[in-house]
Design a protein around this ligand. Structure first.
Ligand code: ATP
Length: 238
C-alpha cells in the first residue's frame, strides 16, 4: 500500500478559466515535499482542490490508497488530512487553547487529544505560555504556530501548509521550519507550498516546481536547490 498522497493529472478551473493543467505528484508518508512557484502559479489552488474546498475539473487525488477526489472537505479532514490556509484562518476572538480545541472538536479519543495537546505545547512552548491569550492579539509568528498547532489537534497525518513563512521575520521562519522537521520526524507527512524556495528546499526531502499551472521540474531538494534554473528564478540567482 502506498501511504500518503497521490495526485494524478489534476486540472482545476475557476469558472471557464483553467489555472491548473494536469499536474501529477506524490507525497509519501513521513516526507516533507514542497511545491514551489511564483505568485499566481496555482499553488494555493492545488491545496484547495486536495482538501475539497474547491471542485476538481479532472484528475484523481488519492490519500492512503483511498480516492478523495470530490469528497466533502469535512470527510477529507476525518480521513486525516489538515489544511493550514494562507492567512491562517484562526479565530481571533477565541483564546489560544480554545482555538486548539476547535481543531479537535470531531474527536472522541480524549486521551489521545490530551496527548496531542501536550505535543503541540512541547513543539511550540510559546503557545503554552499564551494559552489563555486571545488569538487576535498574538504576533504573526505566534498565529502561524497556532494555525499549525490546530491542524495537529485534528489528529491529521498529512498537513497541507500554505505559505507559512508569509509575513514573518527570517529568524522566526527558521524556527517554525525547524518544528516542521520535528513534526515529520514524528511520522507526519507535510506538503509545503512556498514562495520562499530557499527555506522550503532547506527542509524538504523532495520538491516540484510549478509554473503557470504546470509542473516543470521535480527532484530531491538538493537537486532542485542546485539546479541553475531554480537558482535563477527562485533563489535570487545564486
Ligand atoms: P500566491 O503565491 O500568490 O498565493 P498561488 O501559486 O498560490 O499564488 P493561486 O492562488 O492558486 O496561486 O492562483 C492561481 C491563479 O488562479 C491566479 O491566476 C489567480 O488569480 C487565480 N485565482 C485564484 N483564486 C481564484 C478565484 N477564487 N476565482 C478566480 N480566479 C482565481
Amino acid at each position: 500500500m502506498v501511504k500518503g498522497l497521490v495526485v494524478k493529472n489534476l486540472t482545476v478551473a475557476y469558472g471557464n478559466i483553467e489555472v491548473v493543467h494536469g499536474v501529477s505528484f506524490e507525497v509519501h508518508e513521513g516526507e516533507i515535499v514542497t511545491l514551489i512557484g511564483a505568485n499566481g502559479a496555482g499553488k494555493s489552488t492545488i491545496l484547495r482542490a486536495i482538501s475539497g474546498m474547491i471542485p476538481v475539473k479532472s484528475g484523481t487525488i488519492t490519500f492512503n490508497e483511498q480516492e478523495i477526489t470530490s469528497l466533502r472537505s469535512h470527510k477529507i479532514t476525518e480521513l486525516g488530512l489538515a489544511h493550514v490556509p494562507e492567512g491562517r484562518g484562526i479565530f481571533t476572538r477565541l483564546t489560544v487553547l480554545e482555538n486548539l480545541m476547535v481543531g479537535a472538536y470531531r474527536r472522541n479519543d480524549k486521551a489521545e487529544v490530551n496527548n496531542d495537546l501536550e505535543r503541540v505545547f512541547t513543539l511550540f512552548p510559546r503557545l503554552y505560555e499564551r494559552k489563555k491569550q486571545l488569538a487576535g492579539t498574538l504576533s504573526g509568528g505566534e498565529q502561524q504556530m497556532l494555525a499549525v498547532g490546530r491542524a495537529l489537534m485534528t489528529g491529521a497525518s498529512l498537513l497541507l501548509l500554505d505559505e507559512p513563512s508569509m509575513g514573518l521575520a527570517p529568524v522566526l521562519v527558521e524556527s517554525i521550519f525547524e518544528v516542521f522537521v520535528e513534526i515529520a520526524e514524528a511520522g507526519k507527512t507535510i506538503l509545503l507550498v512556498e514562495q520562499n524556495a530557499a527555506m522550503a528546499l532547506s527542509i524538504a526531502d523532495r520538491g516540484y516546481v510549478l509554473e503557470t499551472g504546470n509542473i516543470t521540474l521535480s527532484g530531491t531538494a538538493d537537486y532542485l536547490a542546485n539546479h541553475p534554473g531554480v537558482a535563477e528564478a527562485y533563489l535570487g540567482g545564486k
